[in-house]
Design a protein around this ligand. Structure first.
Ligand code: FAD
Ligand code: SIN
Length: 538
C-alpha cells in the first residue's frame, strides 16, 4: 500500500519542520528524510538568524543590507516580505521552545543578545551561542514529536517526483510535469522503493555543498531537490551563485568545520602568514565586508603567498568571553590541539550555501501544481547574487509560513484527489550491478573538477573544460542508473552530476562578474544585464 497523506514534506531542516507544524492544522502530514531526522544543514548553523529586533535597527536597514549584498539581483518584494515577517516568525520559533542567548546584565531579562556578521550595518543576529541550528532543530523536532498528525519517516531517500510523466506509458514521449502527487522514495532499511502520495508536496531538501570538494555542509547536501525538480520540469535559477564561506578550519582531518563569521563580528581579524591584517586592502568594511569579497580576498592572498591558508586572530579579546561566546568552536579547536584564545586559527574558504535553486513565487509555489519548495533548495529572489549572512534560516521560516497558507487552500480545493493509477516503482530490466566500481570515482572526480574550475574564481576556459568533463561523466551515470537497482549512493551521484552540470551551464550564461560569480574573462558587472536571473528548464 502506498503512503498517502494530505501533505508530504521532503526534509527535516528548518523549512520542512516549520512547514509540518503549521500544515498539521489543516491535514495529515508525512515527513521523509534521508538519514536520521537531525541530519540537516540547519543542525549545523552557528551564527544565527538575522532579524530586526534592536531599538537602533529598522526594517529599512535590513532591507538595504540584503539588497546591497545581493549585488542588484535581489527581488525587492521577496526581500521586503522576509525582512518584515522576521520578528513574528522568530517569535513563533521561540513559542515552539527555541531558547536564544539573552543579553547579560540587561534590565530586561528577555532582551536577546544580538551578534553582527559581514554585510550587516547593525547588530541583528539572534543566536544560541554558536550552536543556533542545533537549538532550532531540537525545539522543532520536540514539537513535531508532540503533534499526532505528523509522521516522520527517517532513512527514506526521495528519488524522483511523481508527475504526469509517470501516468503515461513509458514508451510514450516524456512530458514535463504540470502536477505533482508525491515521490518515489528508497527505504534504505528495507531496500524497497515506496510510493509516497500526497495532495501537496513540499521540497525542503536543503543545499548542494557536496557538489564541491570542500564544503561546510553535512553529507546530506547533495542537491537532490534541485535535480528532482529540474527533471520533473520545474524552472531552476541562479545556480552559478554558490556561496563560499571564507572561514573553515584548515586542518588535515577537520577541513569542513565552520569558523563562524560571528567571530569577525566579535572582533576577530583576518591575517596573512606574516601576521599582517589584509582585509583593509580589499574593502572599507574590512573584516566585515560581504562574504564574496572576503572569500575572494582570501583566495587571492593564498595564491599570492603560496601559503595553504590564512589566519583568523581572536587572541586580542578576553579569553573567558571568547570561550563563553563560542563554546563549540573553542572546544572543537581545543580537541585538535588549538587554543583559539592563544593561537591564530588557520582558515580556508569552502562551498557553503547555494543561493540559486528551484524557482518559487512569494507563496512557495513552483511552476508545477501541487509542488511547493522552501528553504535552501529554492531561488525565491531574496539572495540575488550573494546571500547576506544569516538570512537563510529566516528565509526558510518565512517561506514555509507562506507556502502553508497557499497549500492548505489548494488541498481544500478541487485539485485535491490523487489519481488512482500512479504506478508502482518499476525495477524491470535492472540488475544489481557488479560494475559499481566504474562509478566509484565519479563523485570525487566531479567534486574536484567543480572545486578547481568552477570555484571562487572562474574563466571561460575553466568552465568549458569542466563542462566537457562533467557532461561525459553525467551521461555515463545516467546510462548506468537506467539499468541498475537503485541505491542511496547512486541517487546522490546522479543528482550531484545533474546539479554540477546546471551550475556550469548557469555560470557560462552569465557573461559578467556579479556577487558570487567572478570570472576573469568578464571581470566587471554588466549593467545592461541588470536584474536578469539565469533560468534553466529541462
Ligand atoms: P536543511 O536544513 O539542509 O534540511 C534538508 C533536509 O532534507 C535534511 O533533513 C535532509 O536529510 C533532507 N533531504 C535532502 N535530500 C533528501 C532526499 N533525497 N530524500 C529525503 N530527504 C532529503 N544560515 C543562517 O541563516 N545562519 C547561520 O548561522 C548559518 N550557519 C550555517 C552553518 C553551517 C555549517 C551550514 C552548513 C549552514 C549554515 N547556514 C546558516 C545555512 C543554513 O543552515 C541553511 O541554509 C538552512 O539550514 C537550510 O535549511 P533547509 O530546511 O532548507 O535545509
Ligand atoms: C556563520 O555562522 O558564519 C554562518 C552564517 C551563515 O551562513 O549565514
Amino acid at each position: 500500500m502506498p503512503y498517502t497523506s494530505d501533505f508530504l514534506i521532503i526534509g527535516t531542516g528548518i523549512a520542512g519542520l516549520s512547514f509540518a507544524l503549521k500544515a498539521a492544522e489543516f491535514g495529515t502530514v508525512s515527513v521523509i528524510t534521508k538519514k536520521n531526522h537531525t541530519e540537516s544543514n540547519t543542525n549545523y548553523a552557528q551564527g544565527g538568524i538575522a532579524s530586526v529586533t534592536a531599538p537602533d535597527d529598522a526594517f529599512k536597514f535590513h532591507i538595504e543590507d540584503t539588497l546591497s549584498a545581493g549585488a542588484g539581483l535581489c527581488h525587492p518584494e521577496a526581500v521586503d516580505l522576509v525582512v518584515r515577517n522576521g520578528p513574528q516568525r522568530i517569535g513563533e520559533l521561540m513559542a515552539w521552545g527555541a531558547e536564544f542567548t539573552k543579553e547579560k546584565g540587561s534590565d530586561d531579562a528577555a532582551t536577546l543578545s544580538l551578534g553582527r556578521e559581514g554585510g550587516h550595518s547593525r547588530n541583528r543576529i539572534v543566536h544560541a551561542a554558536d550552536l543556533t541550528g542545533r537549538e532550532i532543530e531540537r525545539a522543532l523536532i520536540e514539537t513535531v514529536q508532540q503533534t499526532p498528525r505528523i509522521r516522520v519517516l527517517e532513512h527514506h531517500v526521495a528519488i524522483d517526483l511523481i508527475t504526469e510523466h509517470h501516468l503515461r506509458d513509458k514508451a510514450q514521449e516524456r512530458v514535463p510535469g504540470t502536477h505533482c502527487w508525491g515521490v518515489y522514495a528508497l527505504n534504505t532499511k528495507t531496500g524497497k522503493v515506496e510510493k509516497m502520495l500526497a495532495s501537496a508536496t513540499l521540497l525542503a531538501t536543503g543545499g548542494a555543498g557536496h557538489v564541491y570538494q570542500h564544503t561546510t555542509n553535512p553529507a546530506i547536501a547533495t542537491g537532490d531537490g534541485i535535480a528532482m525538480a529540474y527533471r520533473a520540469g520545474a524552472a531552476v535559477a541562479n545556480l552559478e551563485f554558490m556561496q563560499f564561506h571564507p572561514t573553515t578550519l584548515y586542518h588535515p582531518t577537520a577541513r569542513s568545520f565552520l569558523i563562524t563569521e560571528a567571530i569577525r563580528g566579535y572582533g576577530g581579524v583576518l591575517k596573512d602568514h606574516n601576521g599582517r591584517p589584509f582585509m583593509i586592502d580589499y574593502h572599507e568594511l574590512e573584516d566585515l565586508a560581504p562574504r564574496d569579497v572576503v572569500a575572494r580576498a582570501i583566495d587571492r592572498e593564498m595564491k599570492k603567498s603560496g601559503h595553504p591558508c590564512v589566519y583568523l586572530d581572536v587572541t586580542a579579546k578576553v579569553a573567558a568571553e571568547t570561550r563563553e561566546h563560542f563554546p563549540n568552536i573553542y572546544a572543537k579547536c581545543l580537541s585538535l590541539g588549538l587554543d583559539i584564545t592563544e593561537n591564530h586559527i588557520p582558515v580556508v574558504p569552502a562551498a557553503h550555501y547555494m543561493c540559486g535553486g528551484v524557482v518559487t513565487d512569494l507563496d512557495g509555489c513552483t511552476g508545477i501544481e501541487g509542488l511547493y519548495a522552501c528553504g535552501e533548495v529554492t531561488c525565491t529572489g531574496l539572495h540575488g547574487a550573494n546571500r547576506l549572512a544569516s538570512n537563510s534560516l529566516l528565509e526558510g521560516l518565512v517561506f514555509s509560513h507562506q507556502a502553508v497558507q497557499h497549500a492548505s487552500q489548494f488541498i481544500a480545493g478541487r485539485s485535491r484527489s490523487v489519481p488512482p493509477d500512479v504506478p508502482d516503482w518499476n525495477e524491470d530490466g535492472t540488475f544489481d550491478s557488479e560494475e559499481w566500481v566504474l562509478m566509484a570515482h565519479d563523485r570525487s572526480e566531479i567534486q574536484t573538477l567543480m572545486w578547481d574550475y568552477v570555484g571562487i574564481v572562474r574563466s571561460n576556459a575553466r568552465l568549458a573544460r569542466a563542462q566537457r568533463r562533467v557532461k561525459m561523466i553525467a551521461e555515463e551515470i545516467e546510462a548506468f542508473y537506467k539499468k541498475t537497482v537503485v541505491t542511496p549512493d547512486l541517487i546522490e551521484l546522479r543528482n550531484i552530476a545533474t546539479v554540477a552540470a546546471l551550475i556550469i551551464d548557469s555560470a557560462q550564461m552569465r557573461k559578467e562578474s556579479r556577487g558570487l560569480h567572478y570570472t576573469t574573462d568578464f571581470p566587471e558587472k554588466d549593467l545592461a544585464l541588470g536584474k536578469q536571473d539565469t533560468v534553466l528548464r529541462n
